[in-house]
Design a protein around this ligand. Sequence first.
Ligand code: ATP
Ligand code: MG
Ligand code: MG
Ligand code: MG
Length: 468
Amino acid sequence: QQLTSPELRARFLNYFETQQHVPIKSASLVPHNDKSLLFTNAGMVPFKDFFLKPDTAPFKAATSVQKCMRAGGKHNDLDNVGYTARHHTFFEMLGNFSFGQYTKKEAIRYAWRFLVDELKLPLSRLRVTILEGDEEGYKLWKNEGLSDDMIVRCGEEDNFWSMGDGEGPCGPCTEIFWDTQDDTLDERWLEIWNLVFMENYREADGKLTKLPIPCIDTGMGLERMVCVLQGKNNNFQIDQFETLIGGLRQVMKTRGIESISSVDPNPHEKIIADHFRAMCFLIGDGVVPSNVGRGYVLRRIIRRALRSARQLGIHEPFLTDLYPHLLAGFEDGSYPELTSRASSIRSVVTNEERSFLATLDRGMALLENVFSQPDLQGSKAIPPAIAFQLYDTFGFPFDLTLIIAKEKGWTVDIKAVEALQEQQKQLGRESWKVDAITNKARLAEWRNKNIMPKFSGYDRSMLHQTSE
Ligand code: ATP
Ligand code: MG
Ligand code: MG
Ligand code: MG
């Protein structure tokens, strides 16, 4: 059977509702009253306080499909995106929770029954891990009919879960894995579901104490489970991503850009699709691009998406053209903010996109001039002062300078650029005059050498011809 994403959401909630769980709507990606956490990174985050004081919970068991974001802090998958088959920055977590209603035995039974009876996954492709020394967990799995070779013992690194590095509820866990039977993947065994036995609390000083009542927190990645159910070998090939990446390819085609047609999307396509979902959901939850905190993560995500777009040959604003293709993946209305806040989401995305593209264009033009300097052809080294100025004056990301240099077969003396950054810091405010003078002299020198880009009457299409 081929379940779709909306069907899996419904099936999961329905299953746990029949088991006396109260269905709770996804909370915001921005955690309320929690300065310790950048973003909601697991289904348990909105219920954090209930684990500490179960008697204050309005329900003893709950189930949810929670928007999650892992792009900072303890759980950070930003650099995995595009390069593993299973990581996103934004994803949905299916979960069931007990605040004193049931414990390990039921948690294990519910999860196993859901996978085997409801979703009809074949036993032969499932394995579980338990924390070394967790004999109770071992017995409970045996009672569900698992043979010894299906139960793998792991250390705390994998089987002791906590939300963040600091203070908070935590505990041993047992995880369920799926055999992809694909040895070409980064990991043949795909982790699909984590069942956490919330029994402990980590104090601010690192000390571990017992919670008053043992609780249950489980989390299963929706995209991963859909990937298993749809028989795909990569999360980016499931229904929602097929729509979104299909949309991206269509956008490229209508703009006359040659697009990729492989079944498995190229890493840049994956990054664009992933980051586009992330930016829309973040803005939908009220985050705006800025230079600090959550806004800075959002800004970086948008810029990374645009950098990947540039690698695919897209140089003009395009992101909002993807919006209908994102909506198509959430037609069940599970996230009404995607439609009710569509116009603000789109305008924030477009504004940020335009300002960054202008920055990129200026920086690219300057770099092109460097690359064509006759006296630099021998060394093929970008002068550190220029690399520094690019980022310091023009806001052009240094890592981008490095990537472009590499593509062109040029080098950058990273240490020297860092030294200039350091020098800049040390000079501080007092010496702004001196700095302005040296900058002026430097700019004049470049102008004489014809290194400066011509800002007036500057034509973007020219840049694209020269930068190919
Ligand atoms: P992994 O080891 O694959 O990075 P994890 O152990 O960090 O996963 P958990 O913190 O246990 O993940 O989260 C519970 C579940 O959420 C996982 O079993 C997985 O199904 C899903 N999940 C975790 N991180 C991601 C991600 N970046 N993208 C998509 N799904 C994820
Ligand atoms: Mg992880
Ligand atoms: Mg893991
Ligand atoms: Mg895990």
